[in-house]
Design a protein around this ligand. Structure first.
Ligand SMILES: Cc1ncc(COP(=O)(O)O)c(C=O)c1O
Length: 333
C-alpha cells in the first residue's frame, strides 16, 4: 500500500510490458505514465522545482513559467498547485486539449502561440515569448527544461538506476528525445556505471536534434526545431529516426493488444523494433521507455478524422485493424 499527502510522492517505477508477443522482439517497455501527472515529466519537473527552491530563485509569490507541449506543463501545474505557486504554460496548437484543460483545472494559465518564429519555428516563438515575459516581470521564474541540468539529473538519479536494478543484463536502452533530458540522464548514468549498455536515441523525422532538415511534425513530446542545449552526442551510441506514420502504426498496434500509449511511445517502439530487426539472432535484452499513456491522444493519434486530415489515405490503410477507427474513416472517404 502507498499512502501519500502530496501528489509528487507516488510514481510507479517498476512496471514493464513485455512486447515480445506484439512486436516479435524481446523488448521491455518501461511505463512512466502511472503517476498523478500521467507522464515521465513529473520527475524532471520535481527535480527542477526543488533545485530552483534550493538556489533561492523560486520563492513564495513567484510565478512559474515554462514552454511545454503538454506533459511538463501538466506536471508543473500539479507541483505549482501543491506548493502554492502560480503557473503559466506557453505552448502551441500541438498541445492537446486535455492537457490544456488539465493545467487549467489545476489553476494554471495556458497561452497558445500560433505564429512560428522566422527561425526556430513554433518552439522558437514560444521561447521568445517566455523570455519577453521574464524580462518584463521579475516574479516570473523560467525553469527552462531545454537547458536545465536538473532535467537530466532527475533521470540520472531515478529512471536509469531503476532500469539497471531490474535489468542487470541489459544490452540496449531506447529513449525518445524531446529536450533530451531523459536521454542524457540515462546515457550519462550507463556510460559511467554500466559502460557495456548501448543507449539508442529515437527521434522523429523532421526534428533537428541530431541534425537533418526541419520538417512538419504533429505529434507532441518528441523532436525539436531548435537543437536542445542539454544534448551531448558523445554519450549517445546510436540514433534512429522514425516517420510519424510509423509512430501511429506502432501506437495502433499496441492499442489492438489493449495497451493505449502516447505518441512518443509509438515512436520509440517503432525505432526500437527497426533497430533490433537489423541485428537478428543477437538475443539482446532491450528496454524502451514509454513516457506517457494514450488517453491524452484520443482526439489525435486515435481519431480517424485527425489521421485522415493529416496523413490521408495512406494512414487509413494501415489502421484497418483498429476496427472503429477504420469504420469511421471509411464513411468519410
Ligand atoms: C510525451 C513525451 N515524450 C517524450 C518525452 C521525453 O522527453 P525529454 O527528451 O524531454 O526527456 C517526454 C517527456 O519526458 C514526453 O512527455
Amino acid at each position: 500500500m502507498a499512502v501519500i499527502s502530496v501528489p509528487t510522492d507516488y510514481n510507479a517505477e517498476d512496471l514493464y510490458v513485455d512486447l515480445r508477443s506484439i512486436v516479435g522482439h524481446q523488448l521491455f517497455l518501461k511505463c512512466e505514465g502511472f503517476n498523478f501527472a500521467g507522464s515521465i515529466k513529473l520527475k524532471a519537473a520535481t527535480e527542477m522545482v526543488e533545485a530552483a527552491e534550493e538556489s533561492g530563485a523560486l520563492r513564495p509569490g513567484c510565478v512559474l513559467i515554462e514552454s511545454s507541449s503538454g506533459n511538463l506543463g501538466v506536471a508543473l501545474s500539479i507541483i505549482a498547485a501543491s506548493k502554492g505557486y502560480d503557473f503559466l504554460c506557453v505552448t502551441d496548437a500541438r498541445c492537446n486539449r486535455s492537457a490544456r484543460r488539465f493545467m487549467e483545472a489545476m489553476g494554471g494559465q495556458v497561452h497558445i502561440v500560433t505564429e512560428p518564429a522566422a527561425s526556430g519555428g513554433l518552439l522558437g516563438a514560444r521561447i521568445a515569448l517566455v523570455q519577453r515575459l521574464c524580462a518584463s516581470d521579475k516574479r516570473y521564474v523560467w525553469l527552462n527544461q531545454y537547458a536545465n541540468a536538473a532535467n537530466w539529473r532527475a533521470h540520472y538519479r531515478t529512471t536509469a538506476p531503476a532500469i539497471a536494478r531490474h535489468f542487470p543484463r541489459l544490452n540496449v536502452l531506447f529513449i525518445g528525445t524531446g529536450t533530451t533530458g531523459t536521454l542524457m540522464g540515462c546515457a550519462r548514468y550507463f556510460r559511467k556505471l554500466h559502460r557495456h549498455v548501448r543507449v539508442v536515441a529515437v527521434d522523429s523525422v523532421g526534428s533537428v536534434t541530431f541534425g537533418g532538415e526541419p520538417g512538419c511534425r504533429m505529434i507532441p513530446g518528441l523532436g525539436t526545431s531548435v537543437k536542445p542545449a542539454l544534448l551531448d552526442e558523445s554519450f549517445v551510441d546510436d540514433v534512429v529516426h522514425v516517420r510519424e506514420v510509423d509512430t501511429i502504426r506502432a501506437c495502433h498496434r499496441l492499442a489492438r493488444h489493449g495497451f493505449l500509449f502516447g505518441g512518443s511511445t509509438g515512436t520509440v517502439v517503432s525505432g526500437a523494433v527497426e533497430w533490433l530487426a537489423q541485428r537478428p539472432g543477437q538475443n539482446l535484452t532491450a528496454v524502451a521507455i514509454a513516457p506517457d499513456l494514450g488517453e491524452r491522444y484520443l482526439d489525435t493519434i486515435y481519431h480517424a478524422s485527425w489521421l485522415h486530415a493529416l496523413y490521408g489515405d495512406e494512414m487509413l490503410h494501415h489502421t484497418r485493424g483498429t476496427a472503429n477507427l477504420a469504420r469511421v474513416a471509411e464513411r468519410r472517404v
